[in-house]
Design a protein around this ligand. Structure first.
Ligand code: TRP
Ligand code: SF4
Length: 326
């Protein structure tokens, strides 16, 4: 299967990206033709007023793709492949405005985000650009979280309408590959979010990681070590599950019994978690530190070239179907 997904460079990469996105991508790249990219044009749709961090976050994402081990995938940056923009233009011709106005993320963000101006037409076109990203590579599968499913559905509708109107099967209809995203709350027990300042960065050091994990909120009933707790309502337990404690029956029992019978302290419990996190993440940190700007440029050159050749071919077909001369 050809598989494609993208991620917007709007902030630091955090631990939720690793558990929810990258681990899934790593599995997919083993048996599929995978394409992963940094959606920098999409970042612009909501952050056009302040682009000061765009380059830095784009680079950080690329470096992270490389450090986590996505070396069997084609990695590229959206804005390097101008054909995405051309295809978006053509797709916009067959996309009714009403389809875009009823996109749930569009409606929600317009209502919820008061501190930014989202009246730009680029933001309304967000799903058309996403459809172009997907269709230009004729992707079969698009790994996404729950919040992106509607965008893939819309991509299918746009593909169908294009094929119907221009009487050629240019675009296959992609499927969403819904990944079960483990729940990972922020250090304060609220949803992990840049605006709460409670996120845990993926790329850090053991020392910094322990400074974030050790003070983490736990089951509020465990004020003292002698108070019994319940892992099922503790955000730390979700981390244990994500980082492999629950694959080990003895450790699982140690936490379960220790917590519910007040035999271990939360610090003991978090130290075990830290051990697992460092085991899993320190090879990534080491690789990240060794990746130079030249390495990034080299990977990008290769990835952009491969993406570009496919994109160019699809554009030929799309232009021909419409009857454009150039
Ligand atoms: N909209 C996606 C998100 O915010 C990012 C994205 C852009 C994407 N283009 C894509 C995801 C194409 C999958 C396929 O997460
Ligand atoms: Fe959470 Fe572990 Fe403390 Fe129980 S012992 S409340 S699971 S941190």
């Amino acid at each position: 299967m050809r598989i494609l997904s993208g991620i917007r460079p709007t902030g630091r990469v955090h631990i939720g990206h690793f558990v929810g996105v990258f681990e899934n991508w790593l599995k997919l790249q083993e048996n599929n033709d995978t394409f992963f990219f940094v959606a920098d044009w999409h970042a612009l749709t909501t952050n056009f007023e302040d682009t000061s961090t765009l380059k830095e976050y784009t680079k950080e994402l690329m470096k992270t793709f490389m450090a986590v081990g996505l070396n069997k995938s084609t990695l590229f940056v959206q804005s390097a492949i101008k054909e995405h923009a051309e295809l978006m233009l053509l797709l916009s011709m067959v996309t009714p405005v009403s389809w875009l106005e009823r996109v749930p993320t569009y409606k929600e963000m317009k209502q919820q985000i008061a501190d930014r101006d989202l009246s730009n037409s680029g933001f309304l076109m967000y799903p058309v650009l996403q459809a172009a990203d997907i269709l230009i590579y004729k992707a079969d599968g698009v790994p996404v979280g729950e919040d992106q499913v509607y965008h893939v559905e819309l991509t299918r509708e746009i593909a169908r309408r294009f094929n119907y109107i221009f009487k050629r099967e240019v675009f296959p209809e992609p499927k969403e590959l819904l990944s079960k995203v483990p729940k990972m709350l922020g250090t304060d027990g609220r949803k992990m979010s840049k605006s709460y300042g409670n996120t845990i960065p993926l790329i850090t050091t053991e020392n910094e990681m322990s400074k974030m994990i050790l003070p983490m909120i736990t089951d509020p009933a465990r004020k003292r070590k002698t108070d019994p707790g319940n892992p099922e309502i503790c955000p730390v337990w979700d981390y244990h599950k994500a980082f492999g404690t629950t694959d080990n029956p003895e450790e699982t029992q140690w936490v379960m019994e220790g917590c519910t019978q007040a035999k271990i302290g939360c610090i003991d419990c978090k130290k075990l978690l830290l051990k697992h996190m460092v085991e899993r993440l320190s090879p990534i940190w080491e690789r990240y530190d060794k990746i130079t700007d030249d390495d990034v440029s080299e990977t990008l050159e290769e990835g952009n070239a491969k993406a570009s050749s496919i994109a160019k071919q699809t554009m030929e077909e799309a232009r021909n179907a419409i009857g454009l001369m150039y």
